[in-house]
Design a protein around this ligand. Sequence first.
Ligand code: DOR
Ligand code: ZN
Length: 455
Amino acid sequence: MVRLINARQANGDWFDMDIDGGRIVSIKNIHNNLKEQDKSTVPLMSVGDFAALPQGTVVDAGGRTVLPAAIDVHVHSRDPGLTHKEDWHTLARGAWRGGVIAVADMPNTLPATMTRSAVMEKAERARASGLEHAFFLGVGLGNINEIRSLLLDQELPLCGLKVFYGRTTGELLYDDLETLARVLPDHGEKVVVFHSEDQCTIDCNHQRFSRQLTETGNAAFAVHSAIRSSDAAHASTRTIIEWARTTYRRPIHIAHISTAVEVELVAEARARGVPVTCEVAPHHLLFSTADYERLGPLVKMNPPLRSPEEVEALSRLFAQGAIEIFATDHAPHTLAEKYADVAHSPSGVPGVELYYQLLIACSKRFGLSLDRAVAMATSAPANLLGWRHKGRLAPGNDADFVIIGDDEYTIVTQDVVSKCGWTPYAGWHVPCDVLGTWNCGRQVYSRANHETGVS
Ligand code: DOR
Ligand code: ZN
């Protein structure tokens, strides 16, 4: 057993933690100040693997903030099939750099994650990276009759079903909610996650604004927000929640919510007993349509950016703790792909490598307590995925944690470990950085050595 001392938690209290192998044995809140260091203590930053330390070693966090590591419930690994954008290896390194030790991956890879063999192929690639993972199964006409058996198959690392209720990157689309309710398992813990944008509204808007799609220049990208309008998101989220209330009645989750109206719909439904949660992505809090002029294709994503007023309303609800989960929707594309014209530039931005930095930036900027922000990154995602041994620093759980440095940090392109090699946040000042990440007691990232990888 190894004891970690002089660590601070999100609420500012101090704590000691006993770790054995990769697990937490006990954790104790301490209210006194920094303990005396003696020669036998080892600084936390130089501990590679807790399991390799002699029994009885005391590790000193030196008064640094030590938080549970994050779980990102929304990433696009691109592997298999689109590995010129990203692969499991680069995704793992990016995740660890952002303080993320586990991800839930979306099914729009090539092949799409819709069959047993596609799940197995992706699993093999993911395992080799060392990043903890689970996958969302995709649904379409081709596999609708198999989704029950696939979701109940204990051998497959599936954490739920992803329904693209509106079309986005890739060809996945499914909007027959009646059939879905009939074929989904009525037991088990797996959640159904929705990409919630109404395709009919989008198609109508597309006709209406089609002439503007031929315009050039960064500002022309604003038409993307007009086509995938807030109305499209509201209509779809309303329909999906109503379906969950009247027909499905099991846990559902709305991905990357971009409007305050939807957060309110989710909160109202939950108050009426509907088991629905939602997540927000950093770009929907930190950018608005006013940023197209400067960033153009680099901030084209689905759902798209909203007006500054809508972003302000969303951030107010974020500050009130009304959104359960913070997830990056890490969706890398190469710069060459992004700098196509408005109609052809693919939607999506990378983000996993900046997970904790952006979360804490949002919590400070909008006034959400660090405690609550950390819950959005850790315990709430673990609950969504049904991972009981992760997401909290608690006895019996995996020793997954990060050290957060509280010096201001300027984001640089080199932070992007992703193969895409760009970020819309380059040059941004954030109030902290991740100094080190541990997964099951093993250090997987050290800022001091600019190293990622399993020690
Ligand atoms: O912007 C997005 N990019 N939204 C999505 O729903 C898909 C994603 C991607 O895969 O590129
Ligand atoms: Zn996504």
